[in-house]
Design a protein around this ligand. Structure first.
Ligand code: ZN
Length: 149
């Protein structure tokens, strides 16, 4: 179990240091800002949609390693998916970081599993979910700015 934890930590540090899809998305069709004042994480999420498909996701901002890694892995996991699939992943991810999910089966869930340890640190749950909430806002849940408070 310790090895696994170390591996997970490495993944988080790697994505935190070198976030994927970081930067503006020139042909984005939607944006939203997210703010987690408890930790000081601030993100802007950019989305390029084509109908029901989320073609690309990019993000900018600054935050702790967990926040940045979560945003980075989110962009990799959700790009190319439909909104419906994104909603499902969001729910899965949310239950994972709040400790309510069984470890699940498919491949990209494996990537998300690195955040399972976050459930032991309630303060960190908001860091891990900020990008996801912000993406949802960008996809049109009605809010332009998300705050975890
Ligand atoms: Zn944070």
């Amino acid at each position: 179990m310790n090895d696994l934890r170390e591996l997970y930590q490495e993944v988080i540090l790697d994505h935190g240091r070198r976030p994927r899809n970081f930067g503006p998305l020139p042909d984005a069709t939607a944006h939203a800002d997210g703010n987690n004042p408890l930790c000081g994480d601030r993100l802007t999420v950019h989305v390029k949609q084509d109908g029901e498909t989320i073609e690309r996701i990019g993000f900018e901002g600054a935050g702790c390693a967990i926040c940045m890694a979560s945003a980075s892995i989110m962009t990799e996991t959700l790009s190319g998916r439909t909104r419906q699939e994104c909603d499902r992943k969001f729910e899965h991810f949310h239950s994972l970081v709040t400790g309510c999910a069984d470890l699940a089966a498919d491949d990209d869930d494996e990537k998300l599993q690195v955040f399972a340890g976050v459930s032991e640190y309630p303060m960190r749950v908001k860091c891990a979910t900020l990008a996801w909430h912000t993406l949802r806002a960008a996809l049109g849940s009605g809010e332009d700015e998300v705050s975890t408070e």
